[in-house]
Design a binder for this molecule. Structure first.
Ligand SMILES: *Cc1c(COP(=O)(O)O)cnc(C)c1O
Length: 390
C-alpha cells in the first residue's frame, strides 16, 4: 500500500531530485485553463528564462513539452531527421545508446562513435566520422557513468561541417552554464526533475533558428504529431490550441527556474563542485574512489564513486531505503561496482548528504565518518560561505 509519509524522504538519486520548496508551493495554486491569458503570460516568462538558462540567440524558440526528458530527446529526432539522413551519435553510456535507437526509429542511418565505459568521447573520433552527416548528437553529461563529454570541442567540429548539433543537456542545463549560441547548438533539451528540481513531466527544449529552417524544409511531416515543432509554435507563439498543457506543472516549473536564475548559474556550478569535493574527501579514507579516472571527464552533477572492496552494495542501499534515503547504484557492467550520487538541483546541499553520512557511519560502524564530513564541509565552505545554506 502507498503511504503518504514521504515528506522527509532524502532523494540522492541522479534524478528525480528533491522538489524545490517554491515549486512545491506553486503546485498548490488554483487551476487555470491552458488558454487563459495568465497562463500565456506565465509561459512567456518561462520561454524568456529558458533562453537565459540555455544561452540561446535572442529569438530562439523555447518551450516545455508535456513529457519527461526522453520526450525532449525523441522530439529532436522526430522533427529534425528524415528517412535516410546520416546521423552521428556519440554513445558512451545508456543515454547515448537511447539517442541512437531513437534516431534509427525515425529513419536515420546511424554512425556510432563510442568510448570505453567511464571515459569521455574523443573529439578526434568525431572528426574522423563527421563527413556527410546531417546531424551530430551527443549527451553532455552521461548519467549512467558520471562522464562529462567535451561538448565545446565537438561543437567546433560540427560547426565546420555544417551539420545540425543536438545536445542532451539533462544533467547540465540549469546547473552548469550552457552556451547554446556560442557553441552553435541547434537543439537542446532537459527534464524538469533533474537540475531544476521541479516535478517530473516536462521537457524544456530550445531550438535554434537554423534548426527551425531545417524543420520548415522537411519533405514529409514529422511522424510525431504531439511534438511537431509547428504545432508547438501554434500554442507557444500564436496562442492557438494544440493540446492541453499541464498547467500546474508549468506553475511549478516556472517557480523552480526562477529560483535557479536568482541563485545564478555560476553560483550553482560552484555549489555542485564544492559538494562533490566534500563528499569525495569524506568518503575516500573509507575506500571510496572516483570511478572516472580523468578529472576533466568527470560530470560534477552525477558523482560516480567506486565502492570499497567487499562493500555490500545491495544490502547497504536497502538499509538506507529503510531510513528514507535513496541512493542509486551502477547500471549493467557497473552494477555492484559504483554508486551514482546525484548532485543536481536541490540535492547539492549539505543537509541531505549529512543524513547520508550519519546513516553510513552507523551502517559501516565508522564513528569518524560524520565528524569528518563536518570538518571537510567547514574547510570547503570557508572560502565561499554564502553559496551553501548549511
Ligand atoms: C534522465 C535522463 C534522460 C531521460 O529523462 P527521463 O526524464 O527519464 O525521460 C535523458 N538523458 C539523460 C542524460 C538523463 O540523465
Amino acid at each position: 500500500m502507498f503511504e503518504d509519509t514521504h515528506t522527509e524522504h532524502v532523494l540522492l538519486t541522479p534524478g528525480p531530485t528533491p522538489i524545490h520548496p517554491r515549486a512545491q508551493k506553486a503546485l498548490m495554486r488554483g487551476m487555470l485553463g491552458h488558454m487563459d491569458p495568465e497562463v500565456f503570460a506565465l509561459n512567456r516568462e518561462i520561454q524568456a528564462d529558458l533562453r537565459v538558462m540555455y544561452g540561446t540567440e535572442p529569438e530562439a524558440f523555447t518551450a516545455l513539452l508535456a513529457g519527461t526528458g526522453s520526450l525532449g530527446m525523441e522530439a529532436g529526432f522526430a522533427n529534425l531527421v528524415e528517412k535516410g539522413d546520416e546521423v552521428l551519435v556519440c554513445a558512451n553510456g545508456s543515454f547515448g545508446r537511447r539517442m541512437a535507437e531513437m534516431a534509427a526509429r525515425y529513419g536515420a542511418k546511424v554512425r556510432l562513435v563510442t568510448a570505453p565505459l567511464g571515459e569521455a568521447i574523443n573529439p578526434e573520433d568525431v572528426a574522423n566520422h563527421i563527413d556527410g552527416v546531417a546531424m551530430v548528437a551527443v549527451v553532455h553529461g552521461e548519467t549512467s557513468t558520471g562522464v562529462l563529454n567535451p561538448v565545446p570541442e565537438i561543437a567546433e567540429l560540427v560547426r565546420r561541417s555544417g551539420a545540425l548539433f543536438t545536445v542532451d543537456a539533462v544533467t547540465t542545463a540549469g546547473m552548469e552554464p550552457f552556451r547554446m549560441q556560442d557553441w552553435g547548438v541547434d537543439y537542446a533539451y532537459t527534464g524538469a526533475q533533474k537540475c531544476l528540481s521541479a516535478p517530473p513531466g516536462l521537457a524544456p527544449i530550445a531550438v535554434s533558428e537554423r534548426a527551425f529552417a531545417r524543420f520548415d524544409s522537411r519533405r514529409s511531416p514529422t511522424p510525431l504529431w504531439y511534438c511537431d515543432f509547428g504545432g508547438l509554435k501554434d500554442y507557444w507563439i500564436d496562442h492557438t490550441y494544440h493540446h492541453t498543457v499541464p498547467v500546474n506543472l508549468h506553475y511549478a516549473f516556472h517557480a523552480a527556474l526562477q529560483a535557479a536564475l536568482e541563485e545564478g548559474l555560476e553560483n550553482r556550478q560552484h555549489r555542485v563542485r564544492m559538494m562533490g569535493r566534500v563528499i569525495t574527501r569524506t568518503l575516500e579514507p573509507y575506500g571510496f574512489s572516483h570511478y572516472v579516472r580523468k578529472e576533466a571527464d568527470r560530470l560534477p552533477t552525477v558523482l560516480a564513486l567506486r565502492l570499497p572492496e567487499g562493500f555490500d552494495d545491495a544490502g547497504v542501499r536497502q538499509a538506507l531505503r529503510k531510513r528514507e534515503i535513496s541512493v542509486t547504484g551502477g547500471l549493467g557492467p557497473t552494477a555492484g561496482v559504483i554508486w551514482r550520487l546525484g548532485l543536481m538541483g536541490e540535492s547539492a546541499h549539505p543537509e541531505p548528504y549529512r543524513k547520508l553520512m550519519a546513516a553510513l557511519q552507523d551502517l559501516m560502524g565508522e564513528p569518524g565518518l560524520l565528524p569528518r564530513y563536518e570538518e571537510v564541509l567547514a574547510e570547503e565552505t570557508v572560502q565561499k560561505p554564502a553559496l551553501l545554506s548549511v
